[in-house]
Design a protein around this ligand. Structure first.
Ligand code: URA
Length: 434
C-alpha cells in the first residue's frame, strides 16, 4: 500500500477500504506518512466527503491509536456525555451527579476551554485541590467507588486525533463535519462508555450556526456510535443566548451548585432533562420520558445529586467547603456593572460577544499556555425575556484588573439586545436524533 495511491483514489472520489484507512492512521502515527501527505489526503476528504463507512473506519482507527479504556470491571451501565461547546455551558456539572446518583456510572473525560467557549476542566479547577488529571487506574477506581468521575483526557487517548486535529487546525480543515464527528467520537469510543449522549449546540454561539449543519453533525455522530456498537443519541440544543446566568469558571461552579440545590433556570432545566432522559431511556432505567423526568426531579429535590457532587469533589481531593459555601470560591478583584441603555425587554445577549467579554475579563485563554483567573467572568442579572427600565442594572463583569474590566464591560454592553416587544418563549430543545 502506498499513501500516494490513497491520495490519488480520494482525489477521484473513490471510497477507501477499512484496511486502507487503518494503514493511513497507523502510517501517520509511525512517521511513515508525512504531514504534507496527510494534509493532501484530508483536503481531498473536504472536497469529496468521507462516506459513512469511511467515517466510522477513520474514527475506529483513531480510537485504537492509543489506550482503549477498559471499563468492563466496573459493574453497571457506563455512560458519557459530550457537548460540542457553548457559552455558559455548565450542563456536565449538573447532569453527571444527577445520573450518578440514579445509579448510572458516569465516566466523563473533558477538555480545557480555548477561545470564547469554556471547558469543564477549567471550571472544576476553581475548586482548590481538585485533581482532574487522573491516571487510568485512578479514573476506574473513582468510577467504581463514587459512581462518577470527571478527568482531563490523558495524552494517550486517541493520540492520532490529537495529531490530525493539529494538522487540520493549520490547513483550514477544522470545518469538515465528517472529520469533526470522527474526531469527537474517536475520543468517546476510546473512553469506554456503553452509552453516549451528545449535546450538539446550534446557534450564533456555537460551532454549528444553523439547523441544517447541526442536524448533519448530530446524524453523523449517532451513526458512528451505532456502527461502533455504542448506544448513542444526540440532542440539538439552542445556543443563540448564553446558557443560564454565569459565564466564567468559579461563577459557573456556583451556578451549577445552586441548580443541584433546586434553583435551576428554565433554559438549563430543559437541557438537563432532555439529556438525562436520553441516558435513562437508553439504559432502560426509565420506561418513558415522563418517568425519566420525575426521576431526575426527585434526585434534585432530595439533594441526593448535590451530595453526589460533594462526594465526587472530596474523592478527587477538592475542597468541599467551597462547594457548600460559594463565598469561599475565587472571586476576581474588580467588578463592573452594566446598565440598560433603554427601557424594554431583554431579547438576547450575543453569545460570541459574551464569551469574548468573559475571555477579556481573564476567564479564558487565547493561547494554550495562557493563565486564567478562575474568579473572572460575567454574570447576567437580567436574562432573555426579562423586562428592564432604562439605567437598570442588567449584568456584572468580574475581572482580574481595571483595564480588563473596561474591555470586558465594553463587549458585554455591546452584546446586549433590548426590544420593545416581549420575545417569544425560548425553546431549548430543537431536535433529538437517535
Ligand atoms: N471538537 C473536537 O474534538 N474535534 C473537532 O474536530 C472539532 C471539535
Amino acid at each position: 500500500m502506498r499513501i500516494f495511491d490513497l491520495i490519488e483514489k480520494k482525489k477521484h472520489n473513490i471510497a477507501l477500504t477499512d484496511g486502507e484507512i487503518a494503514y493511513l492512521v497507523k502510517g501517520y502515527m509511525s512517521g511513515e506518512i508525512e504531514d504534507y501527505q496527510m494534509s493532501a489526503f484530508l483536503m481531498a476528504c473536504w472536497f469529496h466527503k468521507l462516506t459513512r463507512k469511511e467515517t466510522t473506519a477513520l474514527t475506529l482507527a483513531m480510537a485504537h491509536s492509543g489506550e482503549m479504556t477498559n471499563l468492563h470491571d466496573v459493574a453497571g451501565i457506563k455512560a458519557d456525555k459530550h457537548s460540542t461547546g457553548g457559552v455558559g455551558d455548565k450542563i456536565t456539572l449538573i447532569l453527571v451527579p444527577i445520573m450518578a446518583s440514579l445509579g448510572i456510572k458516569m465516566a466523563k473525560t473533558s477538555g480545557r476551554g480555548l477561545g470564547y467557549t469554556g471547558g469543564t476542566i477549567d471550571k472544576l479547577q476553581s475548586i482548590d485541590g481538585l485533581n482532574v488529571q487522573l491516571s487510568q487506574e485512578a479514573f476506574i477506581e473513582a468510577l467504581d467507588k463514587i459512581g462518577m468521575v470527571i478527568s482531563s483526557q490523558s495524552g494517550n487517548l486517541a493520540p492520532a486525533d490529537k495529531k490530525i486535529y493539529a494538522l487540520r487546525d493549520v490547513t483550514a480543515l477544522v470545518d469538515d463535519r465528517a472529520l469533526i464527528a470522527s474526531s469527537i467520537m474517536s475520543k468517546k469510543l476510546a473512553a469506554g462508555a456503553d452509552i453516549i449522549v451528545l449535546d450538539v449546540k446550534c446557534g450564533s454561539g456555537a460551532f454549528m450556526k444553523d439547523m441544517h449543519s447541526a442536524q448533519h453533525l448530530a446524524r453523523l455522530l449517532v451513526d458512528i456510535g451505532k456502527d461502533a456498537n455504542r448506544q448513542t443519541s444526540a440532542v440539538i440544543t439552542d445556543m443563540n443566548v448564553p446558557l443560564g446566568r454565569a459565564v466564567g469558571n468559579a461563577l459557573e461552579i456556583k451556578e451549577a451548585v445552586s441548580c443541584l440545590k433546586g434553583e435551576m433556570p428554565q433554559d438549563i432545566e430543559q437541557v438537563v432533562l432532555a439529556l438525562g432522559t436520553q441516558i435513562l431511556l437508553m439504559s432502560q432505567k426509565a420506561a418513558n420520558e415522563e418517568e425519566a423526568v420525575s426521576m431526575i426531579r426527585e434526585e434534585i429535590e432530595s439533594l441526593r445529586a448535590f451530595d453526589k457532587f460533594c462526594a465526587f469533589v472530596a474523592h478527587q481531593n477538592g475542597d468541599v467547603a467551597q462547594v457548600k459555601d460559594s463565598t469561599l470560591l475565587p472571586r476576581a478583584a474588580v467588578e463592573r456593572r452594566i446598565y440598560a441603555p433603554k427601557q424594554g425587554y431583554i431579547c438576547g445577549y450575543d453569545c460570541e460577544m459574551v464569551g469574548k467579554a468573559a475571555l477579556a475579563a481573564g476567564a479564558g485563554r487565547e493561547k494554550k499556555e495562557d493563565d486564567i483567573d478562575h474568579g473572572a467572568g460575567v454574570y447576567l442579572e437580567k436574562v432573555y425575556g426579562d423586562k428592564v427600565d432604562k439605567d437598570q442594572w442588567v449584568a456584572t463583569v468580574y475581572a482580574s484588573g481595571e483595564s480588563k474590566a473596561d474591555q470586558a464591560a465594553q463587549l458585554l454592553q455591546a452584546s446586549l439586545e433590548i426590544s420593545q416587544k416581549q420575545p417569544e418563549k425560548r425553546m431549548m430543545i430543537k431536535e433529538i436524533i437517535h
